[in-house]
Design a protein around this ligand. Structure first.
Ligand code: FES
Length: 155
């Protein structure tokens, strides 16, 4: 697959070509620019952060509540589990089973099950409780701001 330059680079090249009056074929440059409008910089870029207003998520109003969400391309576009561990503590885990990649279910009784082959993970850590998975669910760091009721997730 052809590796396309980033939107910033494409826009820079377009401006540079315009300023220099260089013999760059305009349709080629316009082709490079296609798709810039559809590319979202936040929150879909890997390595970024997302702020989640907890007041907008009914499932997270109670301790022990959990929800499965996707955030653009974060976690490779796969869902994460957000679990409320206490009034002020949350945990964010990838919902991708580390065995063969099925999406795990929401936790029940502190256990996150994977229905594909029966693996079970601890809801408060993502650690394996039962195989065949050998590795814990990937954990993303998160920080809860009680004054704003916002959870900041770092991918
Ligand atoms: S993919 Fe989850 S147990 Fe196999």
């Amino acid at each position: 697959m052809e590796k396309r330059p980033s939107c910033e680079r494409r826009e820079f090249l377009f401006k540079a070509a315009s300023l220099l009056g260089a013999g760059i074929c305009l349709p080629l440059v316009l082709n490079w620019l296609q798709g810039c409008a559809s590319e979202t910089k936040q929150p879909t870029e890997p390595g970024g952060t997302v702020e989640l207003d907890i007041s907008t998520v009914p499932e997270l109003q109670q301790v022990g509540g959990a929800v499965k969400r996707t955030f653009g391309n974060h976690n490779s576009g796969k869902p994460v589990l957000i679990i409320r561990l206490s009034e002020t503590q949350f945990i964010v885990l990838s919902a991708v089973c580390t065995h063969e990649g099925c999406t795990v279910d929401l936790p029940e009784g502190g256990v996150i099950p994977c229905r594909c082959h029966g693996a079970r993970f601890a809801a408060d850590s993502g650690n394996v409780l039962q195989g065949p998975a050998r590795n814990p669910l990937r954990r993303f760091s998160s920080e809860y701001d009680p004054s704003r009721n916002v959870l900041r997730i770092t991918f």
